[in-house]
Ligand binder design. Structure first.
Ligand code: SF4
Length: 317
């Protein structure tokens, strides 16, 4: 029986399919468990601190001390979270974990002054139908310049890519720019990756031409996914990423047993409740009003496009 394609495509799914179609199938179609790692949980913690820094602190008060206080708060919450507890860190490892998170947070202040930032969206879910493909993504931060231009910001807590892979690593933020263009009718003038480890900033300037290219690539990946689903043909692609792959027990290329992953009906039933309802093509408001910091709302209205419809923010992908 052919596989059902996923209901939407996100930058992370596009990357996953390109990296390894079989791993994509296990994750996005079979919904096999992919336990978080210390790196991914730490990334979530740091994102949460920066999110709170912008939500809870007015420009002028977004200091490093405020960020440290937010880290302490977020760390307190995280320690009782199942994902963190699942890591099984001992006291020494936990201290190293939070110390490293604090280094990443403090590094942020070396590459940007948050008091000079006018954020109009934080953890902003944007969705659009692009040539019939439902594209969606969560933008870490959307900034508005004094000239009314948009800038897409993406925080990265891993190592910055080498120059050879820089363009590839920008694909996700370019797709966010495409989503902004589709939903807001405005192409962001910049996309920026803030690499907190080095720290370093990688900037690109989307053009109509580059966004057309990313649109074509996204549609091509979707077509390939649909074909793979129809043909039940998801091939493994062995690479250095296999070392970090949670699906090795099911992967024939790693001596695993694909049979362990084929109980698709049971897996689908278990994951059904987690799926989002389909809102229909381009129906909802481009930017939810509650995504704007209070000081950026005008009578509860979206500062960018003057609308006041609201949609809930989704979780991270
Ligand atoms: S172990 Fe490697 S080849 Fe196998 S599914 Fe994972 S990433 Fe793909």
């Amino acid at each position: 029986m052919p596989f059902d394609p996923p209901r939407s495509l996100s930058p992370s799914k596009i990357t996953a399919f390109r990296d390894c179609a079989l791993s994509f199938r296990f994750s996005a179609i079979d919904h096999l468990p992919d336990p978080p790692t210390a790196w991914t949980v730490k990334g979530t913690l740091v994102h949460s601190v920066l999110e709170r820094l912008f939500w809870h602190h007015e420009p002028g008060s977004r200091t490093i001390e405020a960020a440290r206080a937010e880290l302490e708060h977020a760390w307190g919450l995280l320690r009782s979270d199942d994902e963190y507890r699942g890591l099984g860190l001992d006291d020494t490892e936990a201290r190293a974990f939070v110390l490293d998170a604090s280094v990443l947070v403090e590094n942020y202040f070396r590459i940007e002054d948050p008091n000079a930032v006018r954020a109009v969206g934080i953890e902003l879910m944007v969705e659009a139908y692009v040539d019939g493909v439902r594209l969606r993504g969560i933008i870490d931060r959307l900034d508005l310049t004094d000239n009314g231009d948009l800038i897409v910001i993406d925080y990265k807590t891993g190592r910055a890519p080498s120059a050879a892979y820089e363009a590839t690593k920008m694909n996700g933020v370019h797709l966010y720019a495409l989503l902004c263009q589709e939903r807001l009718g405005r192409r962001p003038i910049q996309v920026r990756l803030l690499h907190l480890r080095e720290p370093a900033v990688i900037t690109a300037h989307p053009t109509d031409q580059t966004l057309r290219g990313h649109r074509r690539k996204a549609v091509a990946v979707w077509t390939a996914i649909e074909r793979a689903c129809a043909d039940e043909d998801f091939r493994p692609r062995v690479s250095p990423l296999c070392r970090f792959c949670a699906f090795r027990p099911y992967c024939p290329a790693q001596g695993g047993d694909l049979g362990l992953a084929v109980n698709r009906e049971a897996i689908r039933a278990a994951s059904q409740d987690a799926r989002l309802p389909d809102p229909g093509p381009n129906r909802a408001n481009p930017i939810p009003a509650q995504a704007l910091p209070a000081d950026r709302r005008i009578n509860g209205t979206n500062e960018i496009d003057g609308t006041n419809a609201v949609q809930p923010l989704g979780g991270r992908e």
